[in-house]
Design a protein. Structure first.
Length: 401
């Protein structure tokens, strides 16, 4: 009943406008066949002016009013969703509605023009409405005030799926309008070609599924440092979407990694290091097996004079690698950049063709990449420099050569 009343009201208004326009035309001395043409042109101009005025009123009257009302409420979600950009996008729908209602009435004597204008206006309304829906969906991910946690990633993934769905439906509706077919019929027809669509968009679908798995299982978060085998990715995650993971490398370059690569392959997440009071160091130094021997009195005396070994460590028969292990444990424990409250161990492993390995296992307090690398380099350089004091030789070549 309401659309009928509205249509009758518009017809009455447009009839009054038409009579007013014809009076103006006759008053300027235009007669004959030129009257209908000039009347339609002037009515079209009036319709466009009314649409422009409606858009201005919406943008400069209703938008500020709604923004003030939203700020006065205690809820936060309305301020996030109904921001100025979303409301201004909604204002573009108003002139299209005015054109939709008036233009067919203006060109009622020209069915072809009326049909073309109706379809074009319907396409424009669909596009603008889709933009409004996408804008609202974009704002949904800001409902969570803690970017980087699992809920924020869920919202981002969910919003990505909703945007794809909204754009897909809009494309179907636009195609249906242009070919004068029902969008429901087109959607039903897509069921027969779903296998072809899945084959064509296989990579996209796999990426979407991988992105959902990546975020829902909390495999990575924004701010995590990740490393992929091969060393081509080693940096901090700065953005996660359904189709891409952006990683800032140490040289500040941005590497884009498909979520499918992370889900189906192996990668190392250093988040555990960030959650503890130190970053682990696990290094092995290989010594020439021919340089390992029982320490004689001369070596013991020299080590004692230089303060490289304690008196109790020099009692009895002792091997040079044991003295070196004890020295390195004391050395590491005394360094300020080594966290002595976490596991600290210097141990000997099984001999290999590359020599006898001594493993250094400890945690540095530094977590940032550059200070961490500098501290680790200082310690390894100390090992290489002082190994000779214990009569040990770092393995450099095949002992048979």
């Amino acid at each position: 009943m309401l659309p009928k009343i509205t249509n009758n009201f518009l017809n009455d208004v447009l009839e009054e406008i038409r009579i007013f326009v014809e009076d103006i035309i006759e008053s300027i001395g235009v007669h004959g066949s030129a009257v209908p043409l000039l009347r339609h042109v002037l009515l079209a101009v009036v319709s466009v002016l009314l649409a422009f005025i409606a858009e201005r009123i919406c943008k400069y009257v209703f938008v500020p009013l709604i923004l003030r009302l939203v700020k006065r409420t205690q809820a936060k979600w309305d301020e996030i969703i109904f921001d100025q950009r979303v409301l201004r996008t909604a204002c573009h729908i108003v002139p299209a509605l005015v054109i939709w209602l008036l233009m067919p009435l203006v060109f009622y004597q020209f069915p072809i023009v009326q049909e073309v204008l109706t379809r074009l206006t319907a396409v424009y309304l669909t596009v603008v409405t889709t933009r409004l829906a996408v804008g609202i969906i974009d704002r949904l991910r800001y409902l969570n005030t803690k970017p980087g946690n699992s809920m924020s990633l869920y919202l981002k993934s969910f919003c990505g799926v909703l945007k794809i769905l909204a754009i897909f439906i809009a494309v179907i509706v636009v195609v249906g309008i242009l070919i004068n077919r029902s969008p429901v019929t087109l959607l039903a027809g897509l069921g027969a070609t779903s296998a072809i669509l899945m084959l064509v968009f296989k990579d996209t679908i796999d990426g979407l599924v991988a992105g959902i798995r990546l975020t829902s299982n909390e495999m990575i978060h924004i701010g995590d440092r990740i490393t992929l085998p091969g060393g081509f990715v080693d940096g901090t995650v700065i953005d996660i979407t359904l189709t891409t993971v952006k990683v800032r490398q140490s040289d500040n370059t941005i590497t884009t990694v498909p979520p499918l690569t992370l889900v189906s392959g192996m990668f190392q997440n250093w988040k555990g290091v960030q959650d503890v009071e130190g970053q682990r160091v696990k290094k092995m130094i290989y010594f020439d097996v021919r340089s390992i021997r029982v320490a004689d009195d001369e070596l013991k005396q020299r080590l004692a004079d230089k303060g490289l070994a304690k008196t109790e460590d020099l009692q009895g028969e002792v091997v040079t690698t044991a003295l070196f292990r004890h020295y390195m444990e004391h050395y590491l424990a005394k360094r300020e950049d080594v966290n002595e409250k976490m596991p600290l161990l210097v141990r000997q492993l099984e001999a290999t063709q590359a020599g006898v390995p001594i493993e250094l296992y400890f945690f540095l307090r530094e977590k940032d990449w550059i200070p961490y690398e500098h501290a680790m380099a200082d310690i390894l350089e100390h090992v290489y420099a002082y190994a000779n004091e214990f009569g040990l030789k770092v393995y450099a070549q095949n002992p048979t050569q």
